[in-house]
Design a protein around this ligand. Structure first.
Ligand SMILES: [Zn+2]
Ligand SMILES: [Zn+2]
Length: 138
């Protein structure tokens, strides 16, 4: 039974051909903060060929990356929900935004850009259940 989610207005739906989402990653980078207008992003690294998107997300080419290689940020043009991001640095995977999915999430396995975490945010990292390769996020 695949995992399904959607943006807020439900124009875009996402189907992941897995029984459950892989353990998420919490990212405090400024790009994720701004793209979601929030304090951090919760995403899960999923092989691109397991993700199906119904609808037509807009794509923002985020060039403000440390590597200089643009990262594509897909979002809903109607309700603005971030959908996923992807980079040529990690061509097999995408960073899928966990907030699209209503079912419970497992605790995160990793924090990215910890230095940009606000002092009042406390995220507990759980042991890695299934190792998944994470490329440089930016
Ligand atoms: Zn939407
Ligand atoms: Zn980030």
């Amino acid at each position: 039974m695949p995992v399904t989610g959607s943006c807020l207005c439900e124009e875009i739906s996402v189907t992941v051909d897995l029984q459950e989402l892989p353990q998420p990653v919490v990212c405090f980078c400024i790009n994720c903060k701004k793209s979601g207008s929030t304090s951090f992003s919760i995403e899960t690294v999923v092989p691109r060929d397991l993700v199906q998107i119904a609808g037509n997300p807009k794509i923002y080419s985020d060039t403000a990356t440390a590597s200089g290689i643009p990262m594509e940020r897909l979002f809903c043009g109607t309700c603005s929900s971030p959908i996923l991001s992807r980079t040529p640095l990690n061509p097999d995977n995408c960073f899928l935004k966990c907030g699209l999915f209503e079912h419970p999430l497992t605790p995160p396995r990793k924090i990215v850009c910890d230095a940009r975490k606000e002092s009042w945010v406390n995220v507990e990292v759980a042991p890695v259940e299934v190792p998944v390769e994470v490329a440089a996020h930016l």
